[in-house]
Ligand binder design. Sequence first.
Ligand code: NAD
Length: 494
Amino acid sequence: MTSIAERPGVTTYQQFIDGQWVDALSGATFTRTSPYDGSVVGVYPNSGIEDADRAIRAARRAFDETSWPTSPAADRARILRRAADLLAERADAFATCIAAEVGKPKTMALGEVMATVDVFQLFAAKALNLKGESFTQQIPDAIGIVAHEPVGVVGIITPWNFPLLLISWKIGPAIAAGCTMVAKPSHYTPGSTLMLAGLLAEAGLPDGVFNVVTSETDNGALVGQHIAASELVDKVAFTGSTASGKAVMRAAANNVKKVSLELGGKSPNIVFPDAALDAAVAGAFFGIYLNSGQVCQAGSRLLVAKPIKDEFVAKLTALSQTLKLGDPFDPATTMGPVINENQLAKIENYLQRGKQEAKLLTGGSRATDPGLEKGLFVKPTIFDEVPAQASIAREEIFGPVLSVLSFENIDDVIRTANDTMYGLAAAVWTKDINVALKVAKGLRAGTVWVNAYHTTGLYNMPYGGYKQSGLGRELGDLGLEEYMETKSIQIKLQ
Ligand code: NAD
């Protein structure tokens, strides 16, 4: 484990286009400062549309003019396995970059890196298992073949909260399928994507298959829009806020490209009176505070049955106060800062609203204790007695802020849980299998946990959102299908 004394310095990056490390054509750069202490952690090329075009053309050439899309699946699987091995070997360096840019504790960044290793391994196995269908018994004189082919050039636009893991959900299936890619990571966290570009090249990925352009705030949206609208791009895979996702979808209409969107959430975490109390309290704690609450599937709406609500929130409040805010490179730190000034201001605004809408139990402000003054820290916060219509019960805050509501019965809680524009994830805690399944069936959400929150490792299961939480699925077989076109070949026998 890196100690505080071994905090990294400033890294200067180039972007990766057509197998080459290059600066932005304009020569412009931008910096990322640590949300922990404001120091500069990285310098990156500040690309514009002309750089994005260069990357898109490289990906187009690699798809149209090389043998990559029709390469043996075993070769693509080998690259993914080799990438997984290299990533495991260099986990510490990747985790250092993620911890510096995101501000999350390095211990947790290491978990993100190792989860990414698993995702690459999974898609290596899936590449070997690619298959189609045949129809031989439908009519006497014909045979049908359903073939799956790579979708083409994929535009990849990613957020900052899990910068390595979330891009692997796109790169893994894209390589397994034989696609080529242009990635635009968040301007807050480009480092791990750039490191990954070098690692994939070392693992044997041919030039032009994976390209990365980096660009700062306004350019980021501009370049993202350009990739989403480009006629040379066949699919766009986006993870980010619902508002940006809608803009991506509108731009993608330009050439009717395939779109997959992983967007925001306001996920309900439901606790029935018979639940194993301490496990449910620990689940609620992990559900809201992981990554300082900056998790799309965070359990930010806690719905607790009336008879146990007071005892439950008392235990949860006590546990919340044990979180240790601090330096991401101190192994004792359990919660880092939030990502940037805008996010801090947005959260502080919700804290003010929450104080008017509900009852504050703990937290409720920025944390400025000694050692945290230079950082963007928010105290772990719990609001109780939150009305279902309150803004803090309905809107995605994306910070360590929990809204607690209570419920009377199963129908009541399903209705409240579903009363939102989002539908990404949910959890239910009970020992009664009938209650668990009735709630799981009643919830309009892409993932439902029973007696758990934020489980990891089930990457063979599809992930995605109902309603305005997204479109399409990542991971699992469905997550691979998103990167394939389907062709029906109908053969008349002569
Ligand atoms: P964001 O939407 O601001 O940015 C995401 C990415 O999109 C960045 O790379 C950004 O530069 C780019 N972008 C911004 N505006 C764009 C536009 N108009 N056109 C094209 N690209 C554009 O999101 P963020 O702040 O980086 O991430 C937080 C959000 O992401 C939260 O809402 C969270 O719920 C969501 N998220 C969802 C999932 C999921 O799997 N469903 C996972 C992580 C984060």
